[in-house]
Design a protein around this ligand. Sequence first.
Ligand code: GAR
Length: 195
Amino acid sequence: KSRVAILISGAGSNMAAIIEAAKAADYPAEIAVVISNNPDAPGLALARAAGIEALAIDHRPFGKERHAHELAIDAALRLRGVEVVVLAGYMRILTAHLVRAWEGRMLNIHPSLLPKYPGLDTHARAIAAGDAEAGCTVHLVTEGVDEGPVLGQARVPVEAEDTAETLAARVRTVEHRLYPETLATFILQRKTAPV
Ligand code: GAR
């Protein structure tokens, strides 16, 4: 099984979905560690309750030294023999240093049908645009924010009465299916890919 780390900042519902999927004997990943930049992230307690090591590596003591914060994360990943990094609601933009260090081995989930709506407030923007469909995208992380190669997408309808919150909740339900599935497919293809 590939050793996977999950990086979070908040609720950790996608993390929880991946942890749940990884309980299956034939799932190709084991969750080696969960790391949050936010010590108060509810996802940390969820991970610990599932028996997974969960670390807070707070960005605030590092101030403007973003690279130093990322070096602390990188050291924690390497110490645990992590092979693939999964961003799941990790709400800090990574510097080129960490992105390059994990290029091709770092995935993110974004709550829109990329290339539509990179960045924040994706659901409000989809509603304001009158879109009939919304969704989420799992992609490889590259230096351009929300720009990396797409690995998978899932779609939901936008309903007439939707608010950003109701649409976010509908998208999240499909995120919880898409992310574990796409991660598994990615790992299996990586293992069989010619080197
Ligand atoms: C998810 O909807 C994810 O797509 C989004 O944050 C939420 C995290 O929820 N990610 C981004 O907006 C990344 N820019 P979770 O903590 O419950 O998984």
